[in-house]
Design a protein around this ligand. Structure first.
Ligand code: ADP
Ligand code: MG
Length: 673
């Protein structure tokens, strides 16, 4: 088992915006960057209630820079992904607190770009710096989870919902999700923009939609090089960059119908995320409910699995954000205790690089065959032959794979010349002349066809070769500036870190001196003073604990209300389904169906065995159309038992046979015991 590594958790506070300033909102959050502490004052509490304190791996105040966020939070994850680890960066928090600003940022201002575009510059900057025999294949996908439905943001149709599947060799994946190979940072950026445009299509209000949906931008980096032992090795790192739906409670009033259903489903993914985190950290749970939502299923590895993960919790600074900010900070605090086990993915089963190289070899072979149509002069001129060493190390001579354009022109000219000569010969029969001319023309045609075929295959080969990037190429184009910016800021940050370290050391020393002094000059009076101080501290602690208890109670209350809402909505849906079933399915049949229905864990749906005559089809089925063993019911709501008279009779017999066989089996089991 690889070493356990905690999920890193950071907090970022955005500045008060113009509206908040205008309306005189108070700032209730303050940060201590040096020690990673953040404290929040309750605007409605009495003056003596102390602020609430939390501590994290990093905290960023309202003066934080996008580049510093990248370098401190995302850079280490990206570096691991380039080595073949999986990585995840989550942005969590209330709507309007800066999740999208942190992940995407402002596109056309280099210093305001977020983690996603900065990671493009980082990835291709890294590849460009590599030397030696090292190749990369980089591809991206971009999906959205809205209403518990998975939508491909790079696909043609955003109304289509994709299925989440699982395979033992590659794990959980989304069936038919587009994956686009990128050759440089600009490619990648274009693709992100396409996805973002698709995300807003069909949403009446972009903000509304983005606050209710989860967006996952994934980058897969395959790298093929030689290991220390000289052998070829393939590694693949996968990075998920996740902009989660707003964490605020959906308002309970006013939402009805579709909106209410939407609200409960959005609660489902986020509340499942919360439940997964709780189950992971309480140490007693044996079951982690990953399967309860699409989000947690897709990000199973990111939480408690094979991934290096960091969560950025975004909070607003203002007084009216107090409840949500506290709720976010508690959530983030819990996430700190999640332990992941990341390892380098060696030789992954779903690697595209291997598949591409195989196809490339196949195409090159085809090209050889297409080029094998030679100038028929019978002599294997040296220029037509090449030598190469095959896999077993043997030297092989073969005809050159392609006919060069010059050679082609030469042959064509030769044939044309011959045609002219034939036309010029006088003492020859017309039929004979035509025969020779036709033969030559046929050769000319064949030659042209071969040329065309060669051109097509060469194009295909080029397209494949473009997909695989070789280390050391310049891949940044416009993004070069961005990569430089990133590196400069990383260097500055390093200096700053050093300075901070020194400052902290000095502070610690001062603190130590102060303590020693206090000890030295302690007398009764001072002791009394220190006791009073201690007492005060204790009082503060009690007050803190009291407000904590109230908070937790409120939090609990809110969670309960959320759950009750889900239960209410589900009961309603259940009632409706029961009513439909009761009106359309006779009770005898209901019993039989209940006995014969099984839950298919893999497909995530109910399946019915032995049903021969269901469906909307009133026509009597022909005997060979009936597949008794595999008939599948996808959704109870849409299954109508509309039998023909003979069909019903036959089906009844089938059921009864199945039932009596089952009863017999049961009896047998009883008798045995
Ligand atoms: P969310 O995605 O969490 O709903 P956004 O990222 O859309 O929030 O941010 C809301 C607004 O606040 C945007 O106009 C954004 O530009 C601004 N904003 C967020 N964080 C910061 C920040 N750290 N500095 C400056 N502006 C910010
Ligand atoms: Mg957003």
């Amino acid at each position: 088992m690889p070493e356990a590594d905690n999920v890193k958790v950071c907090v970022r506070v955005r500045p008060l915006n113009e509206k908040e300033k205008r309306e005189g909102n108070q700032k209730v959050v303050s940060v201590d960057k040096l020690n990673g502490n953040i404290s929040v004052r309750n605007p409605n509490a009495s003056a003596d209630e102390p602020p609430k304190n939390f501590s994290f791996d990093h905290v960023f105040g309202d003066d934080s820079k996008q580049l510093d966020i990248y370098n401190l939070i995302a850079r280490p994850i990206l570096e691991a992904v380039l080595e073949g680890y999986n990585g995840t960066v989550f942005a969590y928090g209330q709507t309007g607190t800066g999740k999208t600003f942190t992940m995407e940022g402002v596109r056309d201002k280099p210093e305001l770009r977020g983690i996603i575009p900065n990671s493009f510059a980082h990835v291709f900057g890294h590849i460009a710096k590599q030397e030696g025999d090292i190749k990369f294949l980089v591809r991206v996908s971009y999906l959205e989870i809205y209403n518990e439905e998975v939508i491909d943001l790079l696909g043609k149709n955003q109304d289509q919902h994709l299925e989440v599947k699982e395979r033992p060799d590659i794990g959980v994946y989304v069936k038919d999700l587009s994956s686009v190979v990128c050759h440089n940072a600009d490619d990648m950026e274009r693709i992100m923009n396409v996805g973002n445009r698709n995300r807003s299509v069909g949403a009446t209000q972009m903000n509304e939609r983005s606050s209710r949906s989860h967006a996952i931008f994934s980058i897969t980096i395959e790298c093929s090089d030689r290991g220390p032992d000289g052998a070829q090795r393939l590694r693949a790192g996968k990075l998920h960059l996740v902009d989660l739906a707003g964490s605020e409670r959906q308002s309970k009033t006013g939402a009805t119908g579709i909106r209410l259903k939407e609200a409960t489903k959005i609660n489902l993914s986020l509340s499942t995320l919360g439940n997964v985190i709780s189950a992971l950290v309480d140490g007693k749970s044996t079951h982690i409910p990953y399967r309860n939502s699409k989000l947690t299923r897709l990000l199973q590895d990111s939480l408690g699995g094979n991934s290096k993960t960091v969560m950025v919790a975004n909070v607003g600074p203002a007084d009216y954000n107090y409840d949500e900010s506290i709720s976010t900070l508690r959530y983030a605090t819990r996430a700190k205790s999640i332990k992941n086990h990341a390892h380098i993915n060696e030789d992954p089963k779903d690697a595209l690089m291997r598949q591409y190289e195989k196809e490339l070899a196949e195409l090159k072979k085809q090209l050889g065959e297409a080029g094998a149509l030679e100038d028929d002069d019978g002599d294997d001129d040296d220029e037509d032959v090449e030598e190469y060493v095959d896999e077993s190390g043997k030297k092989v001579r073969r005809k050159k794979a392609t006919i060069s354009p010059e050679k082609m022109d030469e042959i064509q000219a030769k044939i044309k010349e011959e045609l002219r000569k034939v036309a010029a010969i006088k003492n020859i029969e017309e039929a004979e002349r035509n025969k020779i001319a036709r033969k030559l023309e046929k050769r000319l045609d064949e030659l042209k066809k071969a040329q065309e075929e060669q051109r097509l295959i060469s194009e295909k080969i080029e397209a494949f070769e473009r997909k695989i990037i070789v280390g050391g190429e310049n891949l940044l184009e416009k993004a070069e500036e961005q990569a430089k910016l990133l590196e400069d800021s990383e260097r500055q940050l390093e200096k700053q870190r050093e300075k901070q370290k020194q400052m902290k050391q000095k502070l610690d020393e001062k603190e130590e001196e102060k303590l020693q002094l206090e000890e030295k000059y302690a007398n009764l009076n001072e002791e009394a003073q220190s006791k009073t101080k201690k007492l005060k501290k204790l009082k503060t602690m009690i007050l803190q604990a009291q407000s904590e208890v109230t908070d937790i109670k409120t939090e609990h209350q809110r969670a309960m209300e959320g759950l009750l809402e889900i239960v209410r909505e589900m009961s309603k849906e259940l009632k409706l389904n029961m009513a439909i079933i009761d009106s359309y399915i006779p009770s005898d049949f209901q019993e039989i169906i209940e006995e014969n229905v099984i839950w298919n864990e893999e497909l995530g749906e109910w399946q019915l065995k032995c049903i021969a005559y269901t469906g909307n089809n009133m026509r009597k089925p022909k005997e060979k159309e009936i597949d008794k063993s595999t008939y599948r019911v996808v959704d109870f709501n849409h299954v109508y038992l509309s039998y023909t008279a003979e069909g019903a009779e036959k089906a009844m017999k089938d059921f009864q046979r199945a039932k009596s066989a089952k009863d017999k089996k049961k009896k047998g089991a009883k008798n045995k015991s």
